[in-house]
Design a protein around this ligand. Structure first.
Ligand SMILES: [Zn+2]
Length: 93
C-alpha cells in the first residue's frame, strides 16, 4: 500500500496527529455503525482520526439514548394499557 495512504484516517482520509488505532473493539464498533466490513490488517489504514472517533462516540450516545427513550415510551404505553384494562374491569363491577 502507498505509505502516505497508510497514515490517513480510515473514515475521512485526514492526516491527523491523533489517531485511534483499530483494535478488536474499535473494529466492531466501526463496522457496526458503518455497515462496512473492515478487518484488521486488510491492507488499508488501521485507525481513525480523533474527529471521526468523536463522531462515532456521539453516535453511540445517540443510539443509546434512542434505545432508552424507546424502552421508556413502550413501557409507558404498556402502563397506559394496563390502566385502561384495569379501569375496564372495574367498570364491569
Ligand atoms: Zn477522520
Amino acid at each position: 500500500m502507498n505509505e502516505g495512504l497508510n497514515h490517513k484516517c480510515r473514515a475521512c482520509l485526514a492526516l491527523d496527529k491523533e489517531m485511534i488505532s483499530f483494535d478488536e473493539k474499535v473494529i466492531l464498533i466501526f463496522n457496526d455503525l458503518t455497515n462496512l466490513e473492515v478487518k484488521s490488517n486488510d491492507g488499508l489504514p488501521q485507525h481513525v482520526c480523533k474527529s471521526c472517533w468523536d463522531i462515532i462516540e456521539l453516535f453511540i450516545q445517540f443510539r443509546e439514548r434512542c434505545m432508552s427513550v424507546n424502552w421508556s415510551l413502550r413501557n409507558n404505553l404498556k402502563n397506559l394499557e394496563n390502566i385502561f384494562l384495569a379501569s375496564g374491569v372495574n367498570s364491569k363491577n
